[in-house]
Design a protein around this ligand. Structure first.
Ligand code: SAM
Length: 237
């Protein structure tokens, strides 16, 4: 399969950051045409390793950022995945291919017009019939459900307790956390209650006085995302 230059560039950035990328991820990214997920006037920029504007003053993240998150989350066939921040639907399409027919991808977006935009974009590409799009506040997750992987594609002021509770044991949460300008991309793995966790070493990223499950936290790299707005996120404005 031919890998477009902007995806090769994204791949190199992941390798330079010390995040190995599987052939499946490269193939999925080569297969999904990013131009179909951005406004027509941005089509040229879709073939660059850049973040690209989408409606409602949001962006679709740079391909290397998306690749890093997919790789760090180690998405497998059959995974039940929660994506927070559907945006253009580009990352949703990739998650759908990687999770395959046996998997499920639940994506939440807070802006109705963007959910419509994502739906139209997703209709343009082939992907397994495993996507559910939800309108709402992703900072509370999807109460009543649990997930193998949770990917938050907007910047949070702290790790929402609800998302840790909705992670299955051995499940992975990828989330950018800190302030509205710069964040640390954290990989958080839920441990069995009997296992020693390390979240005290990362206490500034967690909310005080909340009873989080046992977690293993790793710093991946520094990042810059748009704000996660909601009950366990930033305020609007
Ligand atoms: N992954 C997307 C893509 O591939 O196009 C890009 C996501 S964009 C960087 C972040 C998205 O998160 C925006 O669409 C924004 O509206 C959404 N968002 C922010 N706060 C949210 C919340 N509490 N719940 C759901 N979506 C939220």
């Amino acid at each position: 399969m031919q890998i477009p230059p902007y995806i090769q560039e994204a791949y190199q950035k992941c390798i330079d950051t010390g995040i190995p990328v599987s052939k499946r991820i490269l193939e999925a990214m080569a297969k999904v045409d990013r131009k179909l997920f951005v406004p027509e006037k941005e089509a040229k920029n879709a073939e660059r390793d850049w973040a690209v504007p989408i409606p409602k003053k949001q962006t679709t993240s740079a391909p290397h950022m998306i690749m890093m998150m997919l790789a760090a989350a180690a998405i497998k066939e059959g995974d039940t995945i929660l994506e927070i921040g559907t945006g253009s639907g580009y990352n949703t399409a990739l998650l759908s291919l990687l999770a395959g027919d046996a998997g499920q991808v639940h994506s939440i977006e807070r802006i109705p017009e963007l959910l419509e935009f994502a739906k139209k974009n997703l209709d343009k590409v082939d992907h397994p019939n495993n996507i559910t799009l939800n309108l709402g506040d992703g900072t509370i997750g999807l109460p009543g459900m649990t997930f193998d992987k949770i990917l938050v594609t907007a910047a949070a002021p702290y790790v929402p307790h609800a998302l840790c509770e909705q992670l299955r044991v051995s499940g992975i949460l990828l989330i950018p956390v800190e302030d509205r300008w710069y964040q640390s991309l954290l990989r958080i793995t839920r441990l069995e209650d009997s296992k020693q966790d390390n979240k005290d070493a990362f206490s500034s990223y967690f909310k005080e006085n909340q009873d989080y499950p046992h977690l293993y936290v790793e710093y991946m790299t520094s990042v810059r995302f748009v704000k996660l707005i909601g009950e366990n996120g930033f305020r609007e404005g």
